[in-house]
Design a protein around this ligand. Sequence first.
Ligand SMILES: *Cc1c(COP(=O)(O)O)cnc(C)c1O
Length: 217
Amino acid sequence: MSLAEIQTRITKAEADAGRAPGSVHLIAVSKVQPLERVEAVLGEGHRLFGENRVQEAAGKWPDFRARFDGVAVHLIGPLQTNKVKQAFDLFEAVHSLDRAKLARKFADEAQARGTCPDLFIQVNTGAEPQKAGVLPGDADAFIAECRKLDLPIQGLMVIPPVDEEPSLHFALLAKIAARNGLTGLSMGMSADFASAIALGATHVRVGSAIFGDRVPG
Ligand SMILES: *Cc1c(COP(=O)(O)O)cnc(C)c1O
């Protein structure tokens, strides 16, 4: 599928759900993709990208930013506390805030710099032991804790379990967000972004459908 096709599908999903055109942001997930594929998508005018590793993003995006105006990169993968400073330098948003220690690091760094990336709290809706994210039952308290630290929480993020119906997880994420007054919903990937949009996604993270299959590194 091409970038234009994905955009057409997003526009249709927005209309089908009665949502305003342009209310869904397409994050083109460029992790592990050859640079020429990423450059081609930049050349088509797309400017919002997602990466899941700090190191990989650091090796790629400073150069692209120097050559293309208006680029924004979101971190969608896990973040270690010792890489928070680097995350401030590299990303306009971080979608993987999921623990108190990390929240405090963001708060300290935000205070020092007078600015902070937009933040999404990752929720482990499937309570999978190997997966990052706060458990659904801990989400309200963690959101409150982050607000007490004055962090710019935009919304919630989920990666549903691979073997379950994703829309159940999208609906649960939307419910937790709504009861906490959060409007941002980072959910939906190549296979399921249309159903995520139907359930309120504001940010869909689409990789392989735009760039082709990821070439193993
Ligand atoms: C890789 C990745 C995506 C994109 O997955 P595709 O199936 O290629 O669209 C989305 N979200 C996260 C967190 C990812 O790591």
